[in-house]
Write a protein that binds this ligand. Sequence first.
Ligand SMILES: NC(=O)c1ccc[n+]([C@@H]2O[C@H](COP(=O)([O-])OP(=O)(O)OC[C@H]3O[C@@H](n4cnc5c(N)ncnc54)[C@H](OP(=O)(O)O)[C@@H]3O)[C@@H](O)[C@H]2O)c1
Length: 242
Amino acid sequence: MDKRILITGASSDIGHSIALKLGRRNATLGLHYHHNGQAIAALQEQLAEHSCISHRLPYDLTQADNARKMVDEFIDRFGRLDALINVVGPFDYRDLNDVTVDSWHTVIALNLHTCFHVVHFATPYLCQTRGHIINFAFSGAEHIRAWPMSTAYCAAKAGVAVLTKSLAVALAPKRVRVNAVCPGLVEEGATTTVERQSMAAQIPLGRPVRPEEIASTVGWLVYESCESLTGSFIAVSGAWEY
Ligand SMILES: NC(=O)c1ccc[n+]([C@@H]2O[C@H](COP(=O)([O-])OP(=O)(O)OC[C@H]3O[C@@H](n4cnc5c(N)ncnc54)[C@H](OP(=O)(O)O)[C@@H]3O)[C@@H](O)[C@H]2O)c1
């Protein structure tokens, strides 16, 4: 039977790549985005070439009620939910001395609250299907380090890591699996910034991660990985930790 999968942040590079990978495997997809409807339209055209059924879901997920509406819309449309891929998680790079109350709240809301909101409303449906939640952290998020140039982002992702482990324990009796993919530095147009160049120079493998590599990992998690693989952080990072 085809899997029915909800991807948040499908308009991002990584979300796009995941959608294409899962679409090619005959999944039926809910494609969440916030503002970038153009990216979703282009993605849906590509998916249609593979006869993949998809449905667009534009929601601001910092608002809990929107997450509820999104999950309800997905279920009304597709009837069940087999996997939730929580991709949304914009990076924030600024000196801790320049962090404002507003920027702190925004970054935590976008990275941690969005994840919890969707999980919260999706979990009852995932319990019905013995489904799978795949969250997104970053390589090394599970270690508490000093990250003075991205403290809010890293604090939020550490929160996602704790949420992932806790959900894995809480939902294991229901046979719902919960894992986190932890990318290293991923290729993107902005690789030219000084900060990204200096990070890229430290990657032991010698290059940033390709979005397709993240997508392949998600595809493997959803379709091939074993039932006991839950509560895990899967680094895809060329052996680099942020
Ligand atoms: N890129 C990297 O090098 C890297 C490294 C480590 C970890 N990661 C993690 O991997 C994941 C994907 O990263 P990415 O760089 O491809 O994309 P990203 O930074 O997560 O892209 C932003 C996504 O968040 C959505 N979004 C923005 N505001 C929102 C809101 N209020 N409500 C709901 N959605 C909202 C955007 O939608 P619209 O564009 O439609 O507005 C877009 O899809 C993230 O969790 C990120 O932290 C990335």
